[in-house]
Write a protein that binds this ligand. Structure first.
Ligand SMILES: Nc1nc2c(ncn2[C@@H]2O[C@H](COP(=O)(O)OP(=O)(O)OP(=O)(O)O)[C@@H](O)[C@H]2O)c(=O)[nH]1
Ligand SMILES: [Mg+2]
Length: 345
């Protein structure tokens, strides 16, 4: 701060000097009357004003502006970090952000067909920009159950109510009967008259044995006796599929002799299918059969579930007609469906 004294013939005169010298922002610290010039009566009365003004502090200003700049740089850096974090988070939530422009079309195609977005990103990272390359990549991920009617030991069909267990069993029974002299049927769906009647009709049509098991503990005796003669197919009711799988594991503690096929209704949306799978004990299922492809709106769920379960696909069915509407799929066939192909026998 700069402090100076000004002397004038009047207060106004001194004040004018202050304004002129120090500017309009000067502060008046004090004022007093004084005498100046000559001696005695010759002295003139004067006014002395003490005023002060802030000196311009260039060094201080530079320090301040460099501090401001540092803080600005720090802020920009932290904003950048936050943006990076947001981008990472969003790309997990919105996987499409990881897909380049050249593959956006394929990404949308996979989503349209119900492929899980996370799976779609990984698929596209492994494929080139053509549908054909995508189909090949998908087919590498699909495992199928090697179904050989001449050697098959048999299947137990489990799944949610109405998934298509009995219809699929009937179709598989025809496939097996073409190659094998003896085929045995067992049904655990013993409480519904209609279910038993259906199985009786099938056994008559195929001239094969039918046994009705009241509980899972009846199965070992029935299966071990029949399996010596030929393949065995077991039908189960849908309402208690989890209990049935648990009981089978307990009763057949040294291993179940048939292939346990989880029948999945392909008309379920992907999330529902995944929830059904998660409700099962994965260790108790050997293969997956997909039904109702003819009326399913999309087939991405087949890929999602194959990947999620790690289980091979044994059958796909595409209509209610017995015995025709069934197919033993190849990985290529499933992959073709997933990228938008139509199902056909
Ligand atoms: N459109 C179509 N319908 C099917 C297919 N498979 C089964 N269905 C029909 O789905 C319905 C249920 O089939 P079921 O075989 O009785 O199903 P389920 O799993 O045995 O049923 P529950 O024993 O009651 O649990 C029937 O009307 C079948 O004709 C298929 O691939 N396509
Ligand atoms: Mg049934």
């Amino acid at each position: 701060m700069m402090i100076r004294k000004f002397t004038g013939s009047s207060f106004k005169d001194a004040l004018d000097q202050v304004k002129q010298e120090l500017g309009a922002h000067a502060m008046i610290l004090s004022s007093r009357s004084i005498k100046s010039g000559g001696f005695g009566l010759l002295q003139r009365p004067m006014v002395e004003v003490t005023a002060a003004v802030d000196e311009p502090d260039t060094a201080g200003q530079q320090r301040a502006s460099s501090e401001e700049l540092d803080s600005l740089v720090r802020e920009v850096r932290s904003m950048r970090e936050e943006m990076g974090f947001l981008k990472d988070t969003l790309s997990t939530l919105m996987p499409g952000m990881r897909i380049g422009k050249d593959k956006k079309g394929l990404f949308n195609l996979l989503l349209k067909h119900g492929v899980d977005p996370q799976f779609a990103v990984v698929l596209l990272e492994r494929s080139s920009e053509t549908v054909e390359s995508l189909r090949k990549t998908i087919s590498q991920d699909i495992r199928v159950h090697e179904f050989s009617p001449a050697e098959e030991r048999g299947f137990l069909f489990v799944g949610t109510p109405g998934a298509g267990k009995t219809t699929t069993l009937s179709k598989v029974a025809h496939l097996l009967r073409e190659k094998r002299r003896r085929l045995s049927l067992i049904t655990l769906d013993s409480e519904r008259i209609g279910a038993i009647a259906h199985m009786k009709e099938l056994s008559q049509e195929l001239s094969c044995d039918l046994k009705i098991a009241r509980t899972v503990s009846d199965l070992p005796r029935m299966i071990y006796r029949d399996i010596e003669k030929g393949p065995v197919l077991v039908d189960t009711p849908g309402y208690n599929y989890r209990d049935i799988l648990g009981d089978i594991e307990e009763v057949f503690s040294s291993g179940f002799p048939l292939t346990r096929c989880c029948v999945m209704d392909a008309t379920m949306d992907s999330h529902a299918g995944e929830r059904v799978w998660q409700s099962m004990n994965a260790g108790q299922i050997d293969t997956i059969g997909f039904t109702k492809l003819d009326i399913a709106p999309q087939y991405g769920g087949l890929y999602n579930l194959s990947l999620l379960s790690g289980r091979p696909v044994s059958f796909v069915t595409n209509g209610p007609s017995v015995p025709d509407d069934i197919r033993i799929p190849s990985p290529d066939y499933v992959a073709g469906l997933v990228v938008g192909g139509a199902c056909a026998n």
